[in-house]
Design a protein around this ligand. Structure first.
Ligand code: GAL
Length: 377
């Protein structure tokens, strides 16, 4: 009898295990190429629970991120492409890269530092966005697989020359992606400059926690720990004020679906064409703290964003228009992906009362941001 029960148990166990959906990894050689003599590749980071993150050194970019859903099936929760050729050709540059030197917008691409006026390249209407048209998302980074506290990690380094896209100072940046044992993707940034400059790098993944863009992100349930946001003009440049989210459609202090009030008649939503706002996180300067929690009711996958940054840009995929075909044939349907970008405030170099984005020689820039994955039922 005991043998019979053991056999049945083993049968049930193995048949369940067999039916689980495992990560379908992109072959590494789909990214094997060179750009201006620099080698591009794809790197896999994994942990003992089977979470896998695929990263290319082209733009220090997350290409795929597989985590288990509520049934134990693995889902890829970021948008992107299956080959390097598609990244080269995409009209949307911002699938998963580290954007910089300054993520988000700078008014007319101008700022003053130590009495000198700097003019950055213009690539978003009259403004500078995500480091310019030749920003870090288009650069080949040096890649080195390392181990951090026993976890698999990829250290990516880039040397941003003085004058690149108009920025002053030679800047060396290291970004290390770490996949921890508790299904966390931690991103550590470190930078130094040889002349005063400004810096605000951020990770720019488009997530859909249901695992497919066939579902929009409007049913995702979001909570952001921010009492205030930085209102903008219609070009999404901050006015300099900090406004309360209370009694506005921007209030996510209590969890609720993104789609609840996204189309309300409210000026900041009109300017963003939906959510495209920087939240002022409730915290002390430099405090490493939970900033947002978001979950997909379809998959039960929950993502917690933890950061030491003062701001969090929530973008609800308002510019997605169904014209780009990504992995598994998924289209970039309108609002089928969201970004939660931990950062300094947009246009901070032009607002003395925003947190400073200045980096001086002999200082070190540091940032830590984590995306922690778990499930709810
Ligand atoms: C976001 C930004 C949006 C849009 C997007 C790229 O970070 O807030 O306005 O530019 O990147 O599609």
């Amino acid at each position: 009898m005991k043998v019979f029960i053991a056999l049945i148990t083993a049968f049930v166990f193995f048949s369940c295990a067999e039916n689980k959906i495992e990560p379908a990894l992109i072959p590494l050689d789909n990214f094997d190429t060179e750009l201006a003599g620099e080698k591009i590749g794809l790197y896999n980071l994994t942990n003992s629970k089977g979470m896998v993150v695929q990263i290319t050194n082209y733009g220090a970019r997350v290409v795929a991120l597989w985590v288990p859903d509520k049934n134990g099936d693995f889902k890829d929760v970021v948008m992107g492409f299956e080959s390097i050729k598609e990244y080269f050709e995409s009209s949307d540059l911002y699938h998963g890269p580290i954007v910089g030197r300054y993520g988000n917008r700078i008014n007319k691409g101008q700022f003053t530092l130590n009495d000198s006026i700097y003019q950055l390249s213009i690539n978003d209407g009259p403004n500078h966005l995500h480091g310019g048209a030749g920003g870090w998302e288009s650069k080949v980074w040096n890649a080195e697989k390392i181990s951090v506290d026993g976890n698999e990690a990829l250290k990516l380094s880039y040397f941003s020359k003085d004058g690149e896209e108009g920025y002053p100072g030679n800047l060396k940046i290291d970004v290390t992606y770490i996949v921890t044992g508790n299904n966390e993707l931690t991103i550590k940034y470190k930078a130094q400059t040889d002349a005063p400059t400004i810096i605000n790098p951020t990770s720019h993944c488009y997530f859909n926690l249901s695992g497919t863009t066939k579902n929009t992100i409007l049913s995702h349930i979001l909570k952001i720990d921010g009492d205030k946001f930085t209102p903008t003009d219609e070009g999404l440049i901050p006015t300099g004020e900090l406004s309360l989210v209370a009694q506005t459609p921007l209030d996510f202090r209590t969890e609720r679906p993104i789609g609840d009030s996204i189309d309300e008649d409210y000026e900041p939503l009109k300017f963003g064409l939906g959510y495209d706002h920087n939240y002022v996180l409730n915290k002390n300067i430099g405090e490493y703290k939970e900033a947002a929690v978001i979950q997909s009711p379809e998959s039960g996958i929950k993502m917690t964003v933890i950061t030491d940054q003062p701001g969090l840009q929530f973008y609800s995929g308002n510019f997605m228009d169904g014209t780009i075909t990504g992995k598994r044939g998924d289209l970039n349907h309108y609002r089928s992906g969201f970004a939660l970008e931990a950062q300094n405030f947009p246009d901070a170099p032009n607002h003395a009362d925003f947190p400073s984005a200045v980096l001086l020689p002999n200082e070190e820039y540091n940032q830590v941001t984590s995306y922690l994955f778990s499930v709810t039922n």
